[in-house]
Design a protein around this ligand. Structure first.
Ligand SMILES: [Zn+2]
Length: 167
């Protein structure tokens, strides 16, 4: 069985519950695929007829999650996988007692451990880049104004020379 979990409900908990449900319903978990996604509102699902494929949609807020409801949805979808249509199902007799004692935890997003030295190294590299390009710009400006000064020095030298020649 493959569980494709797009939520932050704990994948191992989901897998345990699904396996228990499949077992209870007498289904072979081999080649089963169960996709878990978020949906607004209550838990519900989709399934293919005669294929081992189910999608279960869970509420985004974990306090709204009812294991019994998830179990009911799972069994309902398994019935579709078996080829049953709604008119062939008896909703009242869906047995969810097998799900008692199971829980689905909310997976805490993993906290990234900060590496202060690495952060400072990255910062230092950024600052070096910044001031190196600043320095490059400044060097270009120095060159530019040096050329201008040189040009006028030449102009005045030539003027001086020319006036001397006149005398
Ligand atoms: Zn249905």
């Amino acid at each position: 069985m493959k569980v494709e979990n797009h939520t932050i409900y704990n994948t191992r908990d989901l897998r345990k519950l699904f396996l228990a449900g499949l077992k209870h319903e007498g289904m072979d978990p081999k080649n089963y695929k169960i996709v878990v996604k978020y949906r607004k509102g209550r838990t519900y699902g989709y399934a293919y007829y005669n294929r081992k494929w189910i999608q279960i949609n869970l509420p985004k807020e974990c306090y709204q999650l009812s294991i019994k409801q998830v179990a009911r949805t799972l069994v309902h979808e398994i019935c579709h996988n078996r080829g049953l249509r709604h008119r062939e199902m008896d909703y009242k007799t869906i047995d969810t007692s097998w799900a008692e004692g199971y829980s689905i935890r909310f997976e805490k997003p993993k906290e990234k451990k900060r590496d202060i030295q690495l952060e400072r190294f990255e910062h230092a590299k950024k600052m070096l880049d910044k001031y190196e390009s600043k320095l490059k710009r400044q060097k270009n400006l120095v060159k530019k104004w040096k050329r201008k000064v040189y040009y006028y020095e030449k102009v005045f030298e030539n003027k001086k020379a020319a006036s001397k020649e006149k005398i």
